[in-house]
Design a binder for this molecule. Structure first.
Ligand SMILES: Nc1ncnc2c1ncn2[C@@H]1O[C@H](COP(=O)(O)OP(=O)(O)OP(=O)(O)O)[C@@H](O)[C@H]1O
Ligand SMILES: [Mg+2]
Length: 457
C-alpha cells in the first residue's frame, strides 16, 4: 500500500465534502496512523498540542466515514484499507468515485452521478514543459532550502510560493532542481520566464494553450484568468514564473506601482484566496509587496529569501581548480556567497592569478569584473535618488550602521528615510539586523565597492 495513494484518496474524499484539501496536520495524522503512531507521538512530530491533534483527527475520521460510507476511526483505518486491498483510484477532482479493489466507492454527496463513471481508473501523466528554462550543469548545497520549499509545496500545499534573492543568488537553479524533486506530485509542471512575455495576458494565453490546445483563447484577461483557475482546480499543477521583477516599473520605490503591477497583484491575490490544488512559484530579485502582504494574511502563501551558498560554494571554486583552499572562506565572504559572483571571480582568478586565491586576496576588496559590473549597473539603475543617497552613505561604513546614525547621515526626513530603507530591504540591497534591541544596516562588500566607485555625494 502506497502512502501517497492513500493521501490522494483521503484528499479527494475531504475535498469533495469541504472544498478544502488535506492540510499538513491532517496528512501527518493519516501517515502517523498508518505507521501505528499514537496521537501523542504525532503531536510531538508536528509541534502541535495533543488535544489539537485529537480534535483534527476526530473531524477527519468523520469526513472519511462519510466519504467512504463506513465507520472509520484511528483504530480501524489501516485495517479498512488493507481489507479493501486498496490499490487504485481516480485522481481527477470532479470525478464521482474512487476505485477500491475494483469496487467504486461513491462519496455520500455524490451517490448518484449524472453520468455513469468510467470503469477504468486512469494513471495521471506528467506534462513537463521547461521550454524557457536554462540548462543546469552543477548543483551544490541548498539542502535546507530544498526541504523548506518541498514542505511548503508538497507538505503544506501552499498555493503561492515566492522564491526571492539578489541577482545571481541561484533562484532559477534552485527552482529547476526542485522540479526534479517534486515533479511526480503534479500533473503539469511548467516553467516560464517573464522576460519572454509582454504582460500577464500573454502568460495566461500561453498557459491556456498548454492546458487545452484545441480551445480558442479568449481575448479578455478576466476570462483567461478564470479559465486558468479552472485548470488549476482540475489538475494539480506547478507553475514557475521566473524574473517577476521585469514587468514592474523602475525608478519608483520597490513594492509595486502602475497598471501592470496591479494586474499581477490581483492575479496573486486570486491564486492565494481561491480554492484550487495547484501551486505557483514566483521568482524575483525583489520582495513583491503583492505576495508578502498575502503571506501576512495567513493565506497558504510562503516566501523564501535565498542567502549565500555558504560552504557549498567551495565546490564552485573546486570546479575551477583554484588553490589555497585555506583562504576560500574569505573569498566566499567577500563575494557574499553569491554563486554567480563567485563563478565569475573564480574564472578570473584562474586566468589572472594562476588559480591562487591567496594572491588575489592580498587586494582585500572585491574586484567588480566586467559581467558583475554590468549586472550591478542594471540593478542600481532601478534605484530612486533618495535610495542612491542612502546607499552612498552606507557604503562609507565597513561596520553595520545603526538606524539613527544613518538617518542623520542621509539628511532625509524621518518619514522619507523609513520608506527608503523599507524599499532597499525589499530590493534585497541592504542587510538589516537586530542587535541588542538596536536596528543596524549594512551593505555587502560587493555592493559597497560598487557604490563607492559611483561617487555620489
Ligand atoms: N546551488 C548551486 N550550485 C552550483 N551552481 C549554482 C548554484 N546556484 C547557482 N549556481 C550558479 O550560479 C549562477 C547564477 O544562478 P541563477 O541563474 O540560478 O541565479 P538567479 O538568482 O536566478 O539570478 P537572476 O536573478 O539573475 O535570475 C548560474 O551560473 C548557476 O549555475
Ligand atoms: Mg534567474
Amino acid at each position: 500500500m502506497d502512502i501517497t495513494e492513500v493521501l490522494k484518496l483521503a484528499d479527494e474524499l475531504v475535498f469533495t465534502q469541504t472544498g478544502n484539501h488535506l492540510d499538513y496536520l491532517q496528512e501527518a495524522i493519516l501517515q502517523g496512523t498508518l505507521e501505528g503512531e499514537t496521537y501523542a507521538k504525532i503531536a510531538e512530530e508536528t509541534y502541535a498540542s495533543e488535544g489539537h491533534v485529537r480534535d483534527v483527527g476526530s473531524e477527519l475520521w468523520k469526513l472519511l466515514s462519510k466519504g467512504l460510507g463506513k465507520e472509520v476511526s484511528k483504530a480501524n483505518f489501516k485495517a479498512i484499507l488493507e481489507k479493501a486491498n486498496f490499490y487504485n483510484y481516480s485522481s481527477a477532482i470532479g470525478r464521482d468515485y474512487v476505485t477500491v479493489n475494483n469496487v467504486h466507492l461513491c462519496s455520500e454527496a455524490r451517490r448518484s452521478p449524472p453520468h455513469p463513471p468510467q470503469p477504468q481508473a486512469t494513471q495521471t501523466q506528467l506534462h513537463l514543459d521547461l521550454s524557457n528554462a536554462p540548462e543546469i550543469f552543477n548543483f551544490y548545497g541548498r539542502t535546507e532550502e530544498l526541504a523548506t520549499l518541498d514542505r511548503a509545496i508538497v507538505g503544506d500545499r501552499c498555493r503561492l510560493v515566492a522564491l526571492l534573492g539578489f541577482g545571481g543568488m541561484g533562484k532559477t537553479t534552485l527552482a529547476l532542481r526542485l522540479v526534479e524533486q517534486v515533479k511526480n506530485q503534479f500533473e503539469y509542471v511548467i516553467y516560464r520566464s517573464l522576460r519572454f512575455y509582454s504582460d500577464l495576458g500573454a502568460i495566461a494565453a500561453n498557459l491556456l494553450q498548454i492546458f487545452s490546445p484545441d480551445t480558442e483563447i479568449p481575448d479578455r484577461l478576466e476570462t483567461q484568468l478564470s479559465q486558468l483557475l479552472t485548470h488549476l482546480r482540475q489538475s494539480r499543477c506547478l507553475i514557475i514564473l521566473d524574473d517577476l521583477q521585469i514587468p514592474f516599473n523602475s525608478g519608483k520605490l520597490a513594492g509595486g506601482n502602475g497598471a501592470i503591477y496591479e494586474e499581477y497583484r490581483l492575479f496573486f491575490k486570486t491564486i492565494a484566496e481561491v480554492t484550487h490544488q495547484s501551486c505557483i512559484v514566483a521568482i524575483a530579485d525583489e520582495k513583491p509587496l503583492a505576495i508578502t502582504t498575502l503571506e501576512k494574511q495567513n493565506y497558504p502563501v510562503r516566501s523564501l529569501v535565498l542567502q549565500g551558498l555558504g560552504d557549498a560554494a567551495k565546490s564552485i571554486l573546486q570546479d575551477q581548480n583554484l588553490s589555497d583552499s585555506e583562504t576560500w572562506d574569505s573569498l566566499i565572504n567577500l563575494y557574499h556567497g553569491n554563486p554567480l559572483w563567485l563563478e565569475i571571480t573564480a574564472t578570473s582568478i584562474r586566468e589572472l592569478c594562476g588559480g591562487r586565491v591567496g594572491d588575489f586576496l592580498t587586494y582585500k576588496t572585491p574586484v567588480l569584473w566586467e559581467p558583475l559590473q554590468a549586472q550591478l549597473d542594471q540593478k542600481f539603475q532601478r534605484l530612486t535618488l533618495p535610495e542612491k543617497k542612502a546607499i552612498a552613505q552606507l557604503s562609507t561604513a565597513t561596520e553595520p550602521v545603526i538606524l539613527m546614525h544613518l538617518l542623520q547621515l542621509t539628511q532625509l526626513s524621518a518619514a522619507e528615510f523609513f520608506k527608503v530603507m523599507q524599499s532597499l530591504d525589499r530590493r534585497l540591497f541592504v542587510e538589516i539586523q537586530e542587535r541588542e534591541g538596536v536596528t543596524q544596516f549594512f551593505l555587502n562588500p560587493v555592493l559597497r565597492e560598487y557604490a563607492k566607485s559611483w561617487g555620489l555625494d
